[in-house]
Design a protein around this ligand. Structure first.
Ligand code: PLP
Length: 372
């Protein structure tokens, strides 16, 4: 058996992530590796932190990029904040809310599940009612942008309700960061995590996280140590902290962080609000074209994510065959349905660098040819 270099095909990524990574970010990735405690690298990490504070719209000191994917960001929020004696309300309206619930169960804390219909936003009134009856609740957790369904929940209102009931909030922003309006400080979010591979259009495998002062206070005054050594934020923070000498915690993925830095510079150059608007504009363009093809959306208009368009597979169409033709003949990836929507829906991503006119045009013309 002989082995040669792996040369991936050039795809257009319009699935649920990863999204297209720009040549600018890929070339940042290919720059020479330097030591992860090299003063030049540490200086770049400080910029990554400042750029993440901008992307999250926060002044939280504990804002950093975990060397692991979004699921690790999720786990970091839960294992650092939630202890076995705590009650956590998890709002579930798709696959990823279910993963949050699983985290609570594994910690051995008391899980209260608030289920909303898949394909709809989390029901804010139902959360208010539930918290009224659950005075022992300490945390409310929800997914801002449910990638499994394409629904956007009203994070601002859900946080207001949580605060009214003296609860802290844990928010999944894996698919929303950079693509949907998100204001961590203004909305009073206590712990939030995201992923590098969605609307930031960076390579997968990094999870930006941010913790409010209230959340940091809980981490500092825990009765027991955080059960995960790698994800213990008080240890990770001593590596990311701007003050004094950096303590070795683990070897950071140096080149991936160059790539994240570049993708955040691109976001900063464009401007956060312009990026949100671009996602919205591309979504409108796609939605108009899909309508002409007679393809229907799963999510009601007011609750739709611009960056993740979940559409019903038209009657009589072979799901796997169409996606295979798009991939093999058009080099175009769209996503299959997940969970309750497996085999029933497609997920068309317009995330970050992928959210552009050329991609929308390619997707619409390819679908037009394949669906007739
Ligand atoms: N949360 C949401 C909403 C996601 O869409 C994903 C991934 O698609 C995750 C969490 C998990 O992120 P990762 O696959 O990077 O671990």
């Amino acid at each position: 058996m002989t082995f040669t270099s792996f040369i991936p095909p050039e795809r257009t990524l319009m699935g649920p992530g990863p999204s297209d990574v720009s040549a600018r970010v890929l070339s940042a990735l290919a720059r020479p590796t330097i030591g992860h405690l090299d003063p030049k690298f540490v200086g770049m990490m400080d910029e990554v932190k400042a750029l993440l504070q901008y992307a999250f719209q926060t002044e939280n000191e504990m804002t950093l990029a975990l060397s692991a994917p979004g699921s690790a960001g999720m786990e970091a929020c839960f294992v650092n904040l939630v202890q076995p004696q705590d009650t956590v309300v998890v709002c579930q309206n798709g696959v990823f809310g279910g993963r949050m619930a699983e985290n609570v169960k594994r910690i051995g804390a008391n899980l209260v599940l608030l289920e909303s219909e898949w394909g709809r936003a989390v029901d804010a009134q139902a959360l208010d009612n539930l918290l009224e009856q659950t005075p022992q609740a300490k945390f409310v957790a929800f997914v801002h942008a449910e990638t499994s369904t394409g629904a956007r929940s009203d994070a601002k209102t859900l946080c207001e309700i949580a605060r009214k009931h003296q609860c802290l909030t844990i928010v999944d922003a894996v698919t929303s960061l950079g693509g949907s309006e998100l204001r961590v400080d203004e909305w009073g979010i206590d712990a939030i995590y995201s992923g590098s591979q969605k609307c930031l259009s960076c390579v997968p495998g990094i999870s930006p996280v941010s913790f409010s002062d209230r959340a940091v206070d809980i981490i500092k005054h825990r009765e027991t140590p955080v059960p995960s050594w790698f994800l213990d934020q008080s240890l990770v923070m001593s590596y990311w902290s701007g003050e004094g000498k950096r303590a070795y915690h683990h070897t950071a993925p140096v080149n991936s962080l160059y790539a994240l830095h570049e993708s955040l510079v691109i976001l900063h150059d464009e401007g956060l609000e312009n990026s949100w608007q671009r996602h919205q504009d591309m979504h409108q363009l796609l939605a108009t074209g899909l309508e002409k093809l007679g393809v229907d959306f799963v999510v009601p208009q007011a609750e739709r994510l611009a960056q993740l368009n979940t559409v019903l597979i038209p009657q009589g169409i072979d799901d796997a065959k169409v996606r295979a033709i798009l991939l093999n003949d058009y080099n175009l990836e769209i996503g299959a349905g997940l969970g309750q929507f497996a085999g029933k829906a497609w997920r068309i991503g317009l995330m970050g660098h992928s959210a552009n006119r050329a991609n929308v045009a390619l997707c619409l013309s390819a679908l037009k040819e394949v669906l007739v």
